[in-house]
Design a binder for this molecule. Sequence first.
Ligand code: IVH
Length: 406
Amino acid sequence: MATTSVIEQMRQLIQLIAKHNHAYYVMDQPTISDSEYDHLFHQLKALEEQYPDLVQSDSPTTKVGGQALSKFQSVTHVVPMLSLGNVFNQEDLFAFARRVEERLPNQKVQYEVELKLDGLAISLWYENGVLIRGVTRGDGETGEDITQNVKTIRNLPKVLHSDHFEIPRLLEVRGEVLMPKSGFEKLNAEQEAKGDKTFANPRNAAAGSLRQLDPNIAAARPLAFYAYGIAQCEPNHGLTTMHDSLQWLTKLGFEIAERQYLCNSIQEVQQRYEQIQQERSDLQVEIDGMVVKVDDLKQQQQLGFLSREPRWATAYKFPAQAALTTVDQIDWQVGRTGTLTPVARLNPVFVGGVTVSNVTLHNIGEIHRLDVRVGDTVSVYRTGDVGVTINSNVSSRTQLDFQMAV
Ligand code: IVH
């Protein structure tokens, strides 16, 4: 067989396997039977045995993971990872649009609405289409090199390919790592069955997984990456809008969030906000609002930045759903494996559509850290669909995560 067609077959199999891995591990929704999966895997293995020189660096047959690190290396971001300003209501949103449109006189402005994914921002470097580095946001200037862990994320392309255009010499992609809700629930159930500590919410679970020095642990966690921007591209991609950039990224093999909308007016943005808020619980991932971006990249450049925030984008956050209540009792619950978990019994309180009467305190360390005591007034936040946050001491600014106990 010609070398090119062997490589092509290998690439096709790798892509198929990655797709099914994602469906199985991350979305918890297998798309093929186990035996069909095994068949694909064996086909790839057989090809690799026949042509060992052509084995692709991102092949799933070469086990993900590797040596544990003693610590992460610091990496300075060539393009800083900035933060976003926030708006919380229609009035502030319209004021944001006025500021944008005043700086772009006589220009039509379209807005791209994206989900504000509640995970961790990372940056990925690709040289000639090969993933060489993954770095956390850190303080925006300097992050940590988490390449080994990032390589275990199943829906993240390790090698870029496209039938439509040339792969850039250098590409830096920004996006969010998170744990979809289904994977989070499964992981917590497994942790509990093993007698290990459970995670308060998907964001904590994702953060804890990325921070593992042993990539084999990260590899066992159902993490996913969703791209939302391009920091650098050489040669220039020639794209003119945010919307096209996201579509272009999908053609290279990146996954983007499950929804984005192009809006012709700020009123339409407001309508999307109300719609997304309604549909929040149907989404596969946790979000804490949406991000509104000026769609045109030239206009983005014209608008520029004000201190550490772009003038061309803002986060439109969902209101915090909080309520005050008191701790009636702290019980120790015995798990199936005999592990003891402290649970705070609350005076039942209605928060963000659910009545919360129990929250797990996870372990004794958490109790000390929070200094929670019977009779304390606590504020309960609904942080998403799966998490509840409590502030143990209303006058303190420490806000800690608790998981709802069932
Ligand atoms: S764009 C300069 N798009 O929000 C603009 N950020 O406060 C860079 N985030 O740390 C950010 N979803 O982790 C962008 N669709 C999205 C996002 C998003 C979540 C996070 C990101 C960043 C924070 C900014």
